[in-house]
Ligand binder design. Structure first.
Ligand SMILES: [Zn+2]
Length: 375
């Protein structure tokens, strides 16, 4: 069923922001006629965090290096069965691999994606949940310093100064220029991260900590879409119980493997195996998708008054399938929408989630919205 937002939403959004960008461009698009399958396989580099003398974080009898290795190998076994994939691991034993070496392996392999698997841990036993990171400057306000902890392993490497220069894990701002390298792949990394996040959370009962951006050294030096998965907090009893269960680890691995395949299939075809070249003139519509955060859905009448929603604004109402829904915020940037979601969660809207709209205001899935940014 086509879900359409009632005009009130569009009017409100338009009034608030006057930015519904729709432009039509006449483009010359080069189209390669496709014939035959590409012989180049889609290459996945799987990176089990830590290893050897670097145990990673510890908690509830678990070591990060073991859990990460176990889940990575499960993903490896699943992806290996796919005939159109080639899968490479950065470590195949309990061995310490420097962060820069992990990126180097992925670059040398000329991989299509790099997926680094980790577990979280903090002094406070309460934080829990599954989260996926892409490289970038931290946007969320929480002070759980996952990137700082993950990056600090370079101090276990004898020649860290030579490898990483004056990189200071405590000061991510000191090397913002390095973001440029990953920036080129940001949209693709976000799409992959979102596939992983939504896929795992659909099948495993864990807290959804969302897709986030932070300065992870291991992602910094890869020349391909790259994500870092934090499977859960070993320092939290519930998460540790999940990560001790083979059945759960298998489920997580299945969902991550599935997400990687979904991501691969979502990419625009780059098949250039045929030399037959056709030029066509096409009128292509280029317009921005947008993201908002749904706060509540109710069958009763409800007004988008910030006074009734803990001061959150801007708000808009949309009517969908006979339900009145209040959405908060508006952004064409998914990572900004993640910040809006954090605002809503902090105000107590525990079941808030991100929704996406196409340029005409029709609701689409978040993955569809992210996918459209790749075209
Ligand atoms: Zn780690």
């Amino acid at each position: 069923m086509k879900k359409t937002i009632k005009p009130t939403f569009i009017q409100l959004i338009t009034k608030q922001f006057s930015i519904i960008f729709i432009f039509f461009l006449s483009l010359h698009i080069s189209v390669y006629a496709q014939s035959g399958a590409s012989t180049n396989k889609f290459k996945v580099v799987l990176d089990a965090g830590h290893g050897g003398t670097d145990s990673g974080t510890l908690g509830n009898g678990l070591q990060e290096k073991d859990v990460a290795f176990d889940v990575t190998n499960r993903i490896y076994e699943l992806l290996k069965k796919e005939s159109d994939l080639e899968v490479v691991r950065t470590r195949t034993t309990d061995f310490k691999v420097p962060l820069s070496r992990r990126a180097e392996i992925a670059n040398k392999e000329d991989a299509n994606v790099f997926v680094s698997i980790h577990c979280n841990g903090v002094a406070n036993p309460n934080p829990k949940g599954f989260e996926t990171f892409v490289f970038g400057v931290r946007r969320n306000k929480d002070n759980l310093e996952t990137a700082k902890r993950e990056n600090s392993v370079i101090y276990l490497e004898d020649d860290h100064e030579k490898r990483y220069g004056n990189f200071d894990p405590n000061s991510p701002e000191s090397f913002i220029s390095f973001t440029l390298m990953q920036e080129e792949y940001l949209d693709q990394s976000i799409l992959l991260a979102n596939y992983i996040q939504t896929s795992v959370l659909k099948s495993v009962k864990m807290v959804d900590r969302g897709v986030k951006q932070d300065v992870f050294l291991v992602l910094r030096e890869t020349f391909m879409p790259s994500v870092l998965v934090e499977l859960g907090f070993l320092t939290n009893k519930d998460d540790a119980t999940m990560l001790k269960s083979d059945a759960n680890k298998q489920k997580m691995a299945q969902e991550i493997a599935k997400a990687i395949i979904e991501y691969k299939n979502a990419l625009p075809s780059e098949d250039t195996s045929s030399s037959q070249y056709v030029e066509t003139e096409t009128t292509q519509k280029i317009a921005s998708v947008s993201f908002s955060v749904q706060l509540v859905a109710t069958s009763r009448e409800i007004d988008p008054d910030p006074k009734d929603f803990k001061g959150l604004e801007p708000l808009a109402k949309l009517v969908e399938n006979g339900m009145n829904k209040i959405v908060y915020g508006y952004s064409e940037n998914y990572m900004e929408a993640q910040e809006l979601l954090q605002d809503a969660l902090e105000k107590g809207y525990d079941s808030a989630f991100i929704v996406a709209f196409d340029q005409e205001g029709n609701k689409i899935t978040v993955n569809e919205a992210l996918k459209s940014k790749l075209k």
